[in-house]
Design a protein. Structure first.
Length: 359
């Protein structure tokens, strides 16, 4: 049931949604022909129209490449009221980011009501309160307010909290300390220690992971989704000028652009991201036909799940299932998604994931 009580918007926030256990029908079956969703990684330019295009082209996806939205539009409504003392959650996101999609998938599957604040990818005023300038950011209140950064940290920390109430959420988050590292390009970034671990005691660990191999497998494929699968999205959805234009069509229609600004962002941004996708293909050593890398990765996942399990988690998804599904569903409505469904063995697993997440 959804509360009829209207929810106030946060000061300075953009569009705000309350999301609960009630979800929309399977998105990829309802997409309209020709409509596509798209965005990409990086940060915006410095000023004027250049900032507009670079912001639209590079800011929406966080730090790794294109981020594409699921077909469904989040509807503004009130979520079920949480019992006193339970989690109160606000997710700051780009609707088109695969890392944000991972977090939404996790929260939806576990039936956790949460509020969404859509962040403007150019100005990012909605997250000016934070020194951490990426999304997703999750504000969680389990008695005291707390900011969680990084999609995998968010998922691991909240999952730990749901299983074990021995520790406060604040203490659990302290188990994932940020560490400054350098990328191959010499850029300083924050990484998080232990982000694929659930911080459980021995008894809890036995209950969740009856054998050690189950935990090892889940962590391996969660990391694979972050380190490899997500890097295949951008080169595939910006593979051709037509696909790049289809991706930016979404940004113009859903973003906060004037008429001239929208036209500029759509066409110039699409051209820019077409060439950026070529650089990403080279950086990640992808084949000339990047579809082959996508197909191979997806079939590798299906093979790992195997024929005797509904999900990698068995009869229900584990965190690896949720991560892989969260990344892949951002391509819904695009040519790359349709090709993946036709040329790989992913469809049965994907349909099962749709059903359980939406329940």
């Amino acid at each position: 049931p959804l509360s009829a009580r209207p929810q106030p918007k946060m000061a300075g926030a953009g569009r705000v949604w309350r999301v609960g256990a009630l979800l929309l029908p399977p998105a990829w079956r309802l997409r309209a022909p020709g409509r596509a969703f798209g965005a990409a990684a990086g940060r915006g330019g410095s000023n004027g129209s250049g900032r507009l295009v670079l912001g639209a082209a590079f800011a929406l996806g966080g730090s790794v490449g294109l981020c594409l939205a699921a077909r469904q539009r989040l509807r503004e409504h009130s979520a079920a009221e949480l019992p006193a003392g339970s989690l109160q959650l606000t997710l700051y996101q780009y609707k088109t980011c695969p890392f944000c999609s991972k977090v939404r998938t996790f929260l939806d599957y576990h039936g956790l009501p949460y509020e969404i604040v859509e962040v403007n990818p150019i100005m990012r005023k909605e997250i000016k309160f934070s020194s951490y300038r990426k999304v997703p950011i999750l504000l969680a209140n389990a008695g005291s307010p707390l900011q969680l950064n990084d999609s995998s940290v968010i998922i691991s920390a909240i999952k730990t909290y749901l299983i074990s109430r021995r520790n406060s959420l604040e203490e659990i988050v302290s188990f994932y300390p940020p560490v400054k590292t350098m990328t191959e390009q010499g850029k300083e970034v924050l990484e998080y220690e232990n982000k694929y671990w659930l911080m459980l005691d021995e008894k809890e660990t036995k209950r969740v992971y009856p054998v050690k191999e189950v935990r090892v497998e889940e962590m391996k494929w969660r990391k694979w989704a972050d380190d490899w699968l997500v890097h295949l999205i951008s080169p595939n959805v910006y593979r051709t000028p037509k696909e790049a234009l289809a991706s930016f069509d979404y940004i113009v229609r859903e973003g906060k652009f004037g008429t001239l600004e929208g036209l500029f962002a759509k066409y110039v941004g699409a051209v820019a991201m077409f060439f950026v996708s070529k650089r990403l293909k080279k950086r990640h050593r992808l084949r000339d036909d990047v579809r082959e890398d996508l197909y191979e990765a997806v079939n590798e996942w299906v093979k790992a799940v195997g024929k005797n399990r509904l999900f990698m988690g068995g009869n229900q998804p584990n965190l690896a299932d949720l991560a892989v599904y969260g990344v892949l569903r951002v391509m819904e409505g695009l040519e790359a998604f349709d090709d993946m469904m036709v040329h790989t063995n992913i469809q049965p697993w994907y349909q099962r994931m749709e059903e359980v997440v939406q329940k």
